[in-house]
Ligand binder design. Structure first.
Ligand code: PLP
Length: 456
């Protein structure tokens, strides 16, 4: 393996970064003071920075490097495809082998009659496709007024105007004039933070019934679709009560509302099935995919669409598409990624082995004095930090203050975990071993101990 080692010194790289590079979701002036940590290499579940420090990446990048780092088969698939056909579009009655093969493979993996794929370069673009697709679907069925999409507060569905509007992040909506019209939000099934004294299962039903109440308020003839992640990821790994999804399914079916499952994080094995929808026995009309589709090795996403919606849309021209829809190099990389996931039985391993192992190990974190709950589903997990476990109370400090301290302590212990407010989350590469799960828990515990010390 050839390794690039002749980087300029870290300080020089940081200065260049601070001068010219605008980071996503970052206060750039503040970062410029501190200097970004520069990641130069990765292998398996470990990252190396420009000073040679090695960290366990318990976030799989941004929830995406499902097969782990350093799989040269994907590099070779990309190089092969670049030599053969680096780019062509699929707009004008042409197709190419990687895109059509990937669409066919996804149709095979996706549950039920989700047999058609509209490609994008990532999850945000795919969710923008979904907004247009479901509205166009109802318009073609003679119901153009059926255009409202219902989503949830604290959901994350992307950063473009459409997808960020679908999201329910108040901080995002406060910048740039969102949500766009005809997207409305109901509450999330977050029992820990919002359930008070209620029984979690009753709370799950009550939160699902907010969907029914919203449909009644707007009129079912105005509502096109409901969108949600099977397990909310960027919202803080919020695992819904088991009662939630069956009720959502019933409501969508009874009121003739399309169901969009955003599988950008849950898809491709994260929670123990190929898709999170299968874990919850949901049969959506559309699934949004990205991230684990290529394990992050190339930017690609898309919408997997059921027969009925594809048929209705396909009866005329859908005036929509991206230059990089089904990009041949990204599609070839995704195909190779899916081959590895399948041949190495990685999804099965999460289901049978590492998922249950993490459940046991992670639950022990709930004994820590700072932890109010420790939950997981497959290989995504979160802990809620609290000064008062019995009351599940928030800290007196502004939300996120303690979470940020904990994240920094994780970093100092060479563990990449993320904080969402005062929840700490992980979503490691799916190839993580039991030993490395133990190591994650060990480092996280140390980081929590150090966080507790700073609070005293
Ligand atoms: N949907 C979900 C559930 C996500 O978590 C994300 C990204 O984190 C997106 C959509 C947006 O995907 P992308 O960043 O590829 O545009």
């Amino acid at each position: 393996m050839s390794v690039i080692t002749n980087y300029p010194p870290t300080a020089e790289l940081q200065a260049l970064d601070a001068a010219h590079h605008m980071h996503p979701f970052t206060a750039n002036a503040e970062l410029a003071q501190k200097g970004a940590r520069i990641i130069v290499r990765a292998d398996g579940v470990r990252l190396t920075d420009s000073d040679g420090a090695e960290m366990i990446d318990a976030m799989a990048g941004l929830w995406c490097v499902n097969i782990g780092y350093g799989r040269h088969e994907l590099a070779e698939a990309a190089a092969r495809q670049m030599r053969e056909l680096p780019y062509y579009n699929t707009f004008f009655q042409t197709s190419h082998v990687p895109a059509l093969q990937l669409a066919a493979k996804l149709a095979e993996l996706a549950p039920g009659d989700l047999n058609h794929v509209f490609f994008a370069a990532g999850g945000s673009e795919a969710n923008d496709t979904n907004i247009r697709m479901v509205r166009h679907y109802w318009a073609r069925k003679g119901q153009p007024e059926k255009r409202v999409i219902i989503s949830r507060r604290n959901a994350y569905h992307g950063s473009s105007m459409g997808s960020a509007s679908l999201g329910g992040m108040a901080g995002m909506h406060a910048q740039g004039g969102m949500p766009i019209p005809d997207i409305v939000h109901i509450d999330q099934p977050n029992w820990y933070a919002e359930g008070g004294d209620s029984d979690p299962q009753e709370f799950g039903i009550a939160r699902a019934r907010q969907l029914e109440a919203k449909i009644a308020e707007l009129g079912a003839d105005k509502v096109a679709a409901f969108i949600a992640e099977p397990v909310q990821g960027a919202g803080g790994v919020i695992v819904p009560p088991e009662s939630y999804w069956p009720e959502i399914k019933r409501i969508c079916a009874e009121h003739d509302i399309l169901l969009i499952a955003d599988e950008v994080i849950c898809g491709f094995g994260r929670i123990g099935h190929w898709f999170g929808s299968q874990s919850y026995d949901i049969q959506p009309h559309i699934m949004t995919i990205a991230k684990g589709l290529s394990s992050g090795y190339a930017p690609i996403g898309g919408s997997i669409v059921c027969d009925e919606v594809a048929e209705v849309i396909g009866g005329g021209e859908f005036n929509h598409g991206y230059t990089y829809s089904g990009h041949p190099v990204a599609a070839a990389v995704a195909l190779e990624n899916l081959r590895i996931l399948e041949e190495e039985k990685i999804v099965q391993r999460v289901h049978d082995d590492t998922g249950p192992y993490l459940t046991e190990a992670w639950a022990r974190l709930a004994d820590h004095p700072l932890v109010g709950e420790a939950v997981n589903r497959g290989l995504m997990a979160s802990i809620a930090l609290t000064p008062d476990k019995a009351r599940r109370a928030p800290f007196a400090a502004p939300v996120g203050t303690v979470g940020l301290i904990a994240r920094e302590r994780c970093f100092a212990n060479n563990l990449v975990m993320r904080h969402v407010g005062d929840r700490m989350i992980i979503s490691p590469p799916l190839i993580i071993s039991r030993d490395d799960i133990d190591e994650v828990i060990l480092r996280a515990t140390r980081a929590l101990d150090e966080t507790l010390e700073t609070l005293h």
